[in-house]
Write a new protein. Sequence first.
Lengths: 360, 360, 406, 406
Amino acid sequence: MADTVAERKTDIGPPHYEKFLPPVVKANYGKWKYHEIVQPGVLVHVAESGDKLYTVRAGTPRLLSIQTIRELCDLADTYSDGYLRFTSRHNIEFLLTDPDKVGPLIIELTTRGFPVGGTANAISSMVHTQGWIHCHSAATDASGIVKSVMDELIGHFQTMELPAKLRLALACCLNMCGAVHCSDIAILGIHRRPPKVDQEKLSKICEIPTVVASCPTAAIRPKRINGKETVEVIEEQCMFCGNCYTVCPAMPLSNALNDGVSIWVGGKVSNARHAPMFSKLAIPYLPNNPPRWPEVVAAVKNIVEVWAKDARKYERMGEWIERIGWPRFFQKTGIPFTKQHIDDFRHAGLTYQRSVHIKS
Amino acid sequence: MADTVAERKTDIGPPHYEKFLPPVVKANYGKWKYHEIVQPGVLVHVAESGDKLYTVRAGTPRLLSIQTIRELCDLADTYSDGYLRFTSRHNIEFLLTDPDKVGPLIIELTTRGFPVGGTANAISSMVHTQGWIHCHSAATDASGIVKSVMDELIGHFQTMELPAKLRLALACCLNMCGAVHCSDIAILGIHRRPPKVDQEKLSKICEIPTVVASCPTAAIRPKRINGKETVEVIEEQCMFCGNCYTVCPAMPLSNALNDGVSIWVGGKVSNARHAPMFSKLAIPYLPNNPPRWPEVVAAVKNIVEVWAKDARKYERMGEWIERIGWPRFFQKTGIPFTKQHIDDFRHAGLTYQRSVHIKS
Amino acid sequence: MGDENKPSQTPKLDELEKGPWPSFVREIKRAATKSPMARDLLGVLELSYEEKVGHWKHGGIVGVRGYGGGVIGRYSDVPEKFPNVAHFHTLRVNQPAGWFYRTEALRAICDLWERHGSGLTNLHGSTGDIILLGTRTEELESTFADLTKAGFDLGGSGSDVRTPSCCVGPARCEWACYDTLNFTYDITMHFQDELHRPAFPYKFKFKASGCPNDCVAAIARADLSIIGTWRDEIQIDQAALKEYTENGIDIQADVCERCPSQCMSWNGKELRIADEWCVKCMHCINAMPKALRPGQERGAVILIGSKAPIVQGAMLSSVLVPFMKMEPPYTELKELVGKILDLWSEEGKSRERVGEFIQRVGLGNFLEAIGLEPKPEMVAHPRENPYVFYEEYFEEEPEAASETEG
Amino acid sequence: MGDENKPSQTPKLDELEKGPWPSFVREIKRAATKSPMARDLLGVLELSYEEKVGHWKHGGIVGVRGYGGGVIGRYSDVPEKFPNVAHFHTLRVNQPAGWFYRTEALRAICDLWERHGSGLTNLHGSTGDIILLGTRTEELESTFADLTKAGFDLGGSGSDVRTPSCCVGPARCEWACYDTLNFTYDITMHFQDELHRPAFPYKFKFKASGCPNDCVAAIARADLSIIGTWRDEIQIDQAALKEYTENGIDIQADVCERCPSQCMSWNGKELRIADEWCVKCMHCINAMPKALRPGQERGAVILIGSKAPIVQGAMLSSVLVPFMKMEPPYTELKELVGKILDLWSEEGKSRERVGEFIQRVGLGNFLEAIGLEPKPEMVAHPRENPYVFYEEYFEEEPEAASETEG
Ligand code: SRM
Ligand code: SRM
Ligand code: SRM
Ligand code: SRM
Ligand code: SF4
Ligand code: SF4
Ligand code: SF4
Ligand code: SF4
Ligand code: SF4
Ligand code: SF4
Ligand code: SF4
Ligand code: SF4
């Protein structure tokens, strides 16, 4: 506690995790032997001691009201001795020792609208970001698309019949909060017009050198306009990344007509089998069409289905594409291959096909 | 013939190849069926017609006197009806139809000092460049090292017992004439000190903007010295590439004490099995030690031997290293891994180990 | 719209209450029964859905006294229409390691957030924090007081150490190669000052996964990624294998053939692993958790530098220490991180993540500066380009040539 | 040293006459028996071996009338000591396609080079030319006259089309998927003007290999790499396979398991290839040339852009046309190359190879400018970074929104 001014507590850090561990976890901490997936959404972990821990996993919208949190707490009090946890993909997990409570809890969750699932070879909850709920930088909404996509794909959350795990993610702008750049399928909000410079405001609130340096394509040049230091944007060089806006609010990019969504595929994070990979561009642009973004939902569903049908057991999206080759990915999904798919940024040359190993 | 001034012939182009094809080749052109390698240095190609063409391949120093060329012509006249060819690696090939002449030709070639071999899983002649024989830019000699290395490794030219082909190449400066950047083992002449600017000469014979632009690391800045436009080199930024010298002779790099040789491994060109690969740095620096460069010869020999012992059938150097991993390449060869091995140029980040797949 | 008695008309958002997946609109509406802020959020969001643009702007820095991070300031650009969200700041609250809770603790947070804010949260934010979504500037200090009373503290934001997070690890996972929760708590406490008082060129994130499955995506989104591994033999229970074959696993096809280093062999009865070739990818263990387990000599790979694409393209973390034992008090790691933070703070440019810094100065130079030996495990392969910077050279004294520092 | 009666003392070089590999020193000495130039070359080289530095400099441009390329000017920096190599220019003579010769032709070259130069050559230069190594400026024009009389012409140097070269192809190789010799001769004649009169931003090299084995290393060192391939099924002679198994080839281990696309299966009797997965790597064919042959629908992959490392790092050529039929008069290819040369000549910077040009302007833009459709075969994978340049967007007329060119 570095600061103790007037009894005001600071730097206490988070609560110690031990306080929140269920007794069975404390007793078998670090001594788990194996696990089984009993049914979609239900894991059992067996300890060396023979103790068993049942986990029931359910989807949530991540954006939760305190009313709903209390409701979930009530469930935990009833079924899991007041213990619960959340996963790295924002699912809720109830930790039970009594197998007889698993069934009733599932019924209760399902009835209240929390689907149970997300385990093993399933689609788990989508990692996503703020969107129009809270962020100034968003080129699209986050929660609305996630809801629309998951409404469509919930069957794959509740079953485990996919070839492998499928990780979906969404980020509402190129800052890419969340790990969308390494997802099996990523939805990414994009701007498509250069920022509009508010000259008046800019010269007051932004530092010119910072603004100039922020641009990955050197599209921003300092300029003196009406005696004021400001900047200009060379439109042909701008790639709409929004980084200037992040450092300088006087350069907004939002554009109702042209903002939208791009789709990326084939990333992964785990080291299982294949090393981690970045996601690659599949669809450069789909329009913002709230409230249900039907084009985006259809596009994602199509990719999921083609993969689900064609991939081998254990083959993540990226591993599948690596096996069949990109030409066939585009053929099979019916997605047109365009100029935009071809990298033209820093390491572009390394993404060209530099052999005659071709699978057309 | 675009130009006919005063009967002076220009733009006639090379002689038509057909004039130089032996009759058996003309007759079976494009109709070869298969080949066999009869013994090291001897191929037989069998045509659909049943015709057979025997090729006897021999090493040469590439640098040939007219006397020697005439000597080789004499042999061709005697054994192969006056036809011969050279390979893309500067070997000479005699094209025979009479199998009985193969043996005598081999004896004759061997006696005259031209080793027969270089076929199949062998070390073929080294692709190399001019060196101190003719180039102004050389950081080392070419022919001298090639001779020294081949004297040591000639056994692998004359037999075919390696796991796969082994392509050796040498370039005497970073311009890398020849395909040394994609060789199983490449020897590369290097400078290690910044160019010395001859201010007087520079302002007269070089264009400053070209000189400045020539530098890959932006180490060259225009400068006015004694009223003359010239340049200065920021020494800490110079990577001794010599490109400035190539565009401007007033910036020589040669430095007797510090010039030398670096060794690169694991490149390949063919698409067989693995796609083409660049060679990677194995040894950052070995001294110039004429006339026989013992350090270089020993280093190359060591790498060849470790590979020959450890690689599987068909495994080119780069394929072998990919299988065993770089940590073991350095362990097995006993070459120290240093700071210099770590890329710090344009795409450096992509060469880092970006997974936990580690073979120590 | 900000009027308490007249609920906002949200035909577009209402569409998103339909369908089987739990609805965030329902959440906002639920909060709106008590919170005017939530009610106005609904209104402003409906407006965004109509106009297809967001209505937030970020303005001056807001926060709590003595802290430079933990609060994200947001203001509406239509405050006239939606006065209750004129300010709508977010608090990032440092989650307990592994996201375990007792219900009391969550209820305490709900209660204080009912008093001070919109009643809306994210469980959790992408970095791992509990996100308290939306309140006014004047509520920040009192919210913070109630938070600390409840035993919670703020997380990171801005150019500081960001809230570290970790996978469930030894608490529930048989594969944890080190204690991710303990480590995360320890490092969070160790860096309290750096977490609350931004003093770096840019943000610095820690993420800790117990094994190469990397269930917190550490390799993709942490400046320092600590991923568990082992270096001896995979533990095999040959008897348990049988069970799997009986339950429909084709060990040859599903396991051996999918092994990236092709180091397994199965003769129908016995599984052999040539562990010296194993790259510790986890696949075989994942496929047959009852029969296979990570080895016993455990620790972690320390990787550095991942981040999202701004400005020069996304980066994955890369190996800095191929194997480190991970035992409290984690002295080796803390010392290493200390050196890294010092160097980067000193020489990093503003808004330059540590991964970008390393690429700018060169990994070799970076290693030298923090006192680590270069190792081939750090690279996928040595350099392909000949632009080597030779720092050592011979002096021009032909009589007594000697190697010197340049 | 230039003295005809007193042979130069070359103790260091003499060392290189020893050993089993044919000696270049012997060659120089052999030429030196007749040529004072060769004699002085020996001297200047011995000096280099003593001092460990070269003694050449390049100076003004030298050449033959009407040509801008084909001669490399070199001057000694110690002309006082070695007056016979004060000038020591090289002529690059365009080799016949496939490096086939009749002895008459070679003898003719020897004779003229005895008259005009050092008597030293390279057979051949790395680009493929016959290199006539070392003569004086005043000899150039007469050498050229004698060359053309003998039916030879100069090759390229400087910023022109460089001497194209090709593998032995159909002349002796059963795998040639197109006629590399014919193509090379044809293209060489077609580009005579561009070859002799440098007018490009930089050099432009063609290399033609008959199959993916790429025996002229086209993919590594040609601005345009033409590599033969096929697109139907590999031709299998099952009977011939037997012979190989009897002669010690383990088809499963040596062939099937080394296939990069794992598309072969062998049951001990019959070999099956799932050709739709085959990447045409050649390995299986290489291993068993009697039993396997490339398919019958043949052509070439056209690749663009390889080069040595100066300035931005070495490049490999990359796919421009995944499959092109290759039949005389090669109209499709010539038209394509014409467009490429026009565009690059127009917009390339000085000393910018076409591969560098493409990377600077972007492959997508380049394709657009030369009128080729983008195809996924051109990339190893689509972009990973989100920095997409969207050229099409909607105009801000809400009533009548329509897609327009930006
Ligand atoms: C609970 C959670 C950790 C946490 O602390 O919260 C977790 C828990 C488990 N993971 Fe995970 N993983 C969790 C996020 C991840 C992530 C991160 C992510 O998705 O953002 C990854 C990396 C994904 C990627 O590569 O993009 C991840 C990659 C894996 C893998 C590797 C799968 C693969 O083949 O690539 C396994 C192994 C397996 O499932 O066979 C695994 C296996 C497991 C096991 C079986 C470990 C165990 O023995 O308990 C746990 C149950 C898995 C299941 O859901 O079927 N876990 N797992 C996370 C649950 C997220 C969710 O709610 O869905
Ligand atoms: C004569 C020559 C072509 C020419 O027009 O001059 C040639 C001729 C043949 N090559 Fe080649 N290759 C020739 C240079 C090359 C090159 C280029 C180079 O080395 O710079 C390569 C690419 C090397 C690389 O990848 O770095 C090359 C990669 C191959 C391969 C692929 C080997 C591999 O596994 O990677 C084969 C297939 C094989 O040998 O099994 C092959 C096969 C052949 C065959 C068997 C083709 C045939 O059916 O006739 C010929 C005899 C091979 C032998 O020497 O064993 N040729 N071959 C060249 C002889 C060079 C020499 O004197 O040694
Ligand atoms: C809240 C959250 C998204 C969410 O809904 O979960 C978020 C929200 C913002 N992020 Fe983020 N980031 C969040 C996790 C991430 C992650 C994922 C992670 O930490 O694991 C990333 C990618 C990993 C990384 O750090 O690179 C991420 C990469 C960014 C970036 C790009 C940074 C870069 O170097 O490339 C920015 C831009 C910036 O720093 O100016 C950014 C900036 C922002 C700002 C602060 C935008 C701004 O300039 O004001 C967003 C505030 C939104 C808001 O209105 O509250 N956020 N941001 C996440 C933090 C919650 C938490 O504390 O738990
Ligand atoms: C003679 C030859 C080497 C040899 O001994 O075989 C050669 C010699 C020279 N090359 Fe080369 N290059 C020769 C083939 C190559 C090759 C290989 C090839 O063509 O297949 C390359 C690599 C492929 C490529 O083009 O990138 C090559 C890449 C270079 C470069 C680097 C170009 C680049 O863009 O990176 C330079 C530098 C330059 O252009 O200024 C260069 C420059 C030179 C110069 C002209 C140096 C100069 O600036 O004066 C050398 C003249 C040496 C001399 O004294 O004669 N030479 N040069 C080769 C030409 C012989 C022939 O015509 O057959
Ligand atoms: S991805 Fe962009 S818009 Fe979305 S929360 Fe992050 S910074 Fe905001
Ligand atoms: S949006 Fe990105 S590319 Fe465009 S001007 Fe701003 S920083 Fe530059
Ligand atoms: S590699 Fe360099 S020194 Fe050697 S011939 Fe080529 S340009 Fe000259
Ligand atoms: S040698 Fe290369 S790096 Fe050094 S100054 Fe010259 S061009 Fe620049
Ligand atoms: S990262 Fe490994 S240890 Fe941690 S939860 Fe995932 S599987 Fe278990
Ligand atoms: S952990 Fe991965 S690499 Fe190691 S044996 Fe298992 S599958 Fe193979
Ligand atoms: S490239 Fe192919 S066709 Fe040409 S010689 Fe080599 S193996 Fe034969
Ligand atoms: S050519 Fe190569 S890819 Fe095709 S079947 Fe043969 S080995 Fe496999």
